[in-house]
Each structure stands twice: as C-alpha cells, then as structure tokens.
Design a protein around this ligand. Structure first.
Ligand code: SF4
Length: 326
C-alpha cells in the first residue's frame, strides 16, 4: 500500500501532502456521509494496523527528494478510517516534523480525545482538526453510526478538555446533513458545546461529494450561513467559515507552475496511478482532477478515465447535478 498521496491543493491548508495511516476501512464510526466507503472494521481498539516502520520508510523516501518536498506547505495525517486508532501516530507525527520540517496537521473524528495517550501524541502536531457533527445522541447515532464502545458524553468532554490544553491550532469541523443534525435543538446543543471549547476556528461543511448513503443530503447555503451566525453569536468564535460549496481545491499561481512541471514528466500510467490513488480516498470531478494534475482540460480527463470506467476499476456517480469519479 502506498501511504503517501499528493501534494493536493487544499483550500484549508495549501499544498498538502497526505499520509494515510490505515487500510480502508478501520474506524469507530460508519458515517452516512463517508467518502471512503463502508466501515469494515468497526472498532475502538488502537493497533498497528499498518507497520509503523513501513510508513516511516515511505516518509524518508519522499523527504529525501528536496524538489518534491519544496512543493509541500503542510503534511496532513489522515486515514481511510480514524487515524488516532493507529498506535504509531505519535511516532509518525514526530518523524514527519523532524524529516520534513513542515507543519503537521491531523484530521480526526474527535472520538479519542478522552484518552491521555492519544492527546499526548496529538499535542506533537501543529494543527489538529477534529470533527463534531452532533451533540445530541439521536442525531449522533443516525449520522455517525458509532461503534458501541463510543460514548458521546466522553467524546464531548474529551474535545472540550483537549481544546483547553492543546498549544497548537485547533479547527473544529461540523458537517451538517439535511433533516438529521440541522434542526434547532441540534444546533443549540452544538453551539453550547462549542462555547465551552477554545478553538482557532470552526469550519462548516455539508455533503458536497457522493456519500456512502444516498439519504445523506446536503443542506443549502442559506442554512449553513444561519448556523454559522448562531455559532459566532452564541459560542463567541470569531472565525467560522463555510467550506462546503464549490470544490475544496484551489490554485495559487505558483502551484499551477509547480504542478505543470511535476506532471509533465509522468508517463500516462504513472499519471493514472496518481489519479487512482486520489480517487481511492475521495470522489472527484473531472474539474478537480484537471486542476490538480493539469491533464489539459476536463475533456482530456474524461478520455483518460473512460477505459477505467469501462473496465469497472472506477465508477461514475451523480451527486446533485455533478458527476464524480470514485
Ligand atoms: S467520515 Fe471519517 S469518521 Fe466517518 S466513517 Fe468515514 S472515515 Fe470514519
């Protein structure tokens, strides 16, 4: 398995190199909006699901090339599942900081922040981005479908405690699904929890890409704006942003040139390999793919991917009126 992907242009983080710690899919949630697929190992057990040494060796190989490293703004630790379930997390974060010299961000579903071993390991990262979609049990169960060992009260108290002790940047992500966690009571409970937390920012998201379950539907922008205003006023967070609409990638002038240089020299099969690695982790449109890999226009991307669709390696899915490949 290849554990390093990108760098991809992330609106949140800039040019982000992804480190995927887990095979699809080890998680303590089975969220209805998950982009990775159904959870096959629903567990709260931390373990070395992938040998830590294997991941460290890939990091060393990547960092040995100064040209590739120069294209990275931040390293993002993530997983096809929940990264804090990997028991080598702390070692991997420390190694990344030492070898890359770049800031390290960790994406987590926020469930293990009541565990001292996990919080100690996360404290080594520069940015931690936990999620909290619901503070009331009915919505939490419907949306995140947690393993029986996950207790919402412990999740919330762990998040609040961690937010008060962590020295880096803490960005809370909230994903809102129509008819599940967008009601008044749910928003009020969420604002109440956020009010107790010490956060750098809150990011509001909705179902912007094809979800695991078709009934996971996005809320409209107006609803997100209302929720944003409620959080700003009720929880006293100055920086609340909506990250859902439009694609999450963006290009800065320098990025365009860097990507042209990188991908110009890839053979077609290497390029397809890079694209497939990305599609394994998240569904993308042809515009997303072209923006990242500079294939030469959305039509060229379609032509490139058609044989893979025909062979069943990837599939096309309609979400709203947008076609995604995954
Ligand atoms: S969205 Fe994240 S937390 Fe939810 S099931 Fe998928 S990988 Fe797990």
């Amino acid at each position: 398995m290849n554990h390093i992907f990108g760098p991809v242009n992330s609106r949140r983080l800039g040019r982000s190199l992804g480190i995927d710690l887990l095979p699809a899919k080890v998680c303590n949630f089975d969220c209805i909006y998950c982009e990775v697929g159904p959870t096959t190992t629903l567990t709260c057990e931390r373990g070395e699901y992938v040998a830590t040494g294997e991941i460290l060796a890939e990091i060393d190989a990547f960092c040995a090339d100064p040209n590739r490293l120069a294209q990275v703004d931040v390293v993002t630790v993530t997983a096809s599942g929940e990264p804090t379930l990997h028991s080598g997390l702390g070692r991997i974060i420390s190694h990344l900081r030492e070898k890359s010299g770049k800031p390290v961000a960790v994406l987590t579903n926020g469930t293990n922040l009541d565990r001292p071993d996990v919080t100690e390991e996360l404290s080594r990262a520069d940015i931690v981005i936990p999620s909290l979609d619901a503070a009331l049990s009915p919505a939490f169960r419907k949306l995140n479908r947690p393993a029986p060992c996950v207790d919402l009260g412990e999740v919330v108290s762990g998040l609040v405690r961690f937010s008060r002790s962590y020295g880096g940047e803490l960005w809370l992500e909230v994903l809102v699904v129509e008819g599940i966690n967008d009601g008044e009571e749910d928003v009020r409970a969420l604002v109440e929890v956020i009010r107790k937390m010490k956060l750098s920012r809150v990011q509001l998201n909705t179902v912007a890409r094809p979800p695991l379950e078709k009934f996971a539907r996005p809320v409209n922008r107006e609803r997100l704006e209302k929720i944003r205003d409620r959080i700003m006023a009720g929880a006293g967070v100055a920086h609340v942003e909506i990250i859902a609409h439009g694609i999450s990638s963006f290009e800065r002038d320098g990025d365009v040139e860097a990507r042209k240089i990188k991908f110009r020299y890839l053979k077609q099969e290497e390029l397809l390999g890079e694209i497939l690695q990305m599609l394994q982790r998240r569904p993308c449109t042809v515009v997303d793919i072209d923006r990242i890999f500079k294939v030469g226009g959305p039509e060229k991307v379609e032509q490139l991917l058609e044989p893979l669709v025909q062979s069943g390696t990837i599939e096309r899915r309609l979400h709203g009126d947008t076609t995604y490949y995954q």
